[in-house]
Design a protein around this ligand. Structure first.
Ligand code: AMP
Ligand code: MN
Ligand code: MN
Ligand code: MN
Length: 288
């Protein structure tokens, strides 16, 4: 079997975090997009995993458990995707709950910042878009600000209001890198650095991220992601080889009409890389 040719999409979001489709509707969309091996990777949460897996298997699509953990590293937020772990693992669940814990207080402070620049009611506004009360994210504020006509699209919202130094931005302490990697790994899964090109690290900081990640037991990096340009895909294919990491592929799909990359439509991984699912064969829930 040539694993490179599997249409795997191992990064996507449902209403359980900041996507707009329920896990089963997302499964249908992945299947319609030609996905053969799928993972739902909601932010800091595994509450959608049962529904996602059952829907995938019913459609005839193989499934890997997933999540995307928010981590603070060198003054920035880094996302670590976990794949193929036991969703009932208690330490993982406790760690994710702790990571989610500060989101409501953060959201209230974000709303205060927006009120100060003449945008009152943002907390209640964002809540209208929230599917999971434990998971209020910047994305939900973004959807509300677009609805109000304050900005034309999510990109503009983030640039003007929701990124560092802007009125709706509140610095937040997420999980530690080593903790996130250990929660995933000790639950039988593989930890993957999500969309590495999105971070604004110096070369030294990036080297530190990759080295500390592998020291803690992290084994993978996203190469084919909706967040990477074509040159960035080559850069991180090289990084995967340099750090001896498995390569992952995922759209990071959030919402129809909002996400630029559709489920299942990314190019295949370059042949010189080892797909992360090669190392997760015994963790895959098989449809047949
Ligand atoms: P949070 O976890 O609350 O900080 O929200 C992070 C989420 O915001 C990410 O997972 C993306 O879905 C979304 N996001 C971050 N930056 C942007 C951007 N520039 N444009 C649109 N969405 C973004
Ligand atoms: Mn998101
Ligand atoms: Mn992310
Ligand atoms: Mn994501």
């Amino acid at each position: 079997m040539n694993h490179h040719l599997t249409n795997a999409d191992l990064h996507s979001h449902s209403t359980v975090s900041d996507g707009t489709l329920a896990p089963s509707a997302l499964a249908q969309r992945a299947f319609d997009g030609g996905v053969e091996l799928w993972a739902l990777t909601d932010h800091d949460e595994v509450g959608g995993q049962h529904e996602a897996r059952e829907a995938a298997l019913a459609l005839g699509m193989d499934y890997l458990s997933g999540c995307e953990i928010s981590v603070s590293f060198a003054g920035q937020t880094v996302h670590i995707v976990g794949l193929g772990f036991d969703i009932d693992d208690q330490a993982l669940r406790t760690g994710l709950a702790a990571t989610r814990g500060g989101r409501e207080a953060r959201a209230r402070l974000m709303a205060e910042g927006l009120a100060q620049v003449g945008l009152p009611g943002a907390f209640e506004g964002a809540l209208k878009y929230v599917g999971n009360p434990e998971l209020i994210s910047r994305t939900h504020f973004g959807r509300w600000l677009v609805e109000c006509g304050v900005c034309a699209d999510a990109h503009e919202v983030f640039r003007r209001y929701l990124t560092e130094g802007k009125p709706g931005y509140v610095p937040h302490r997420w999980a530690r890198l080593g903790d996130a990697v250990r929660w995933i790994t000790q639950a039988g899964g593989v930890a993957v650095i999500a969309h590495p090109a999105r971070y604004r690290f110096t070369p030294t900081e990036e080297f530190a991220l990759f080295s500390e990640f592998t020291t803690h037991g992290g084994r993978g990096v996203e190469v084919m992601t909706g967040s990477h340009s074509a040159p960035e895909r080559i850069t991180y294919a090289d990084m995967a080889l340099e750090f001896d990491l498995l390569a992952s592929r995922g759209s990071d799909f959030h919402a129809p009409g909002e996400s630029r990359t559709e489920l299942g439509e990314l190019p295949d991984l370059p042949g010189r890389l080892t797909p992360v699912w090669t190392a997760l064969q015994d963790r895959i829930h098989r449809a047949r």
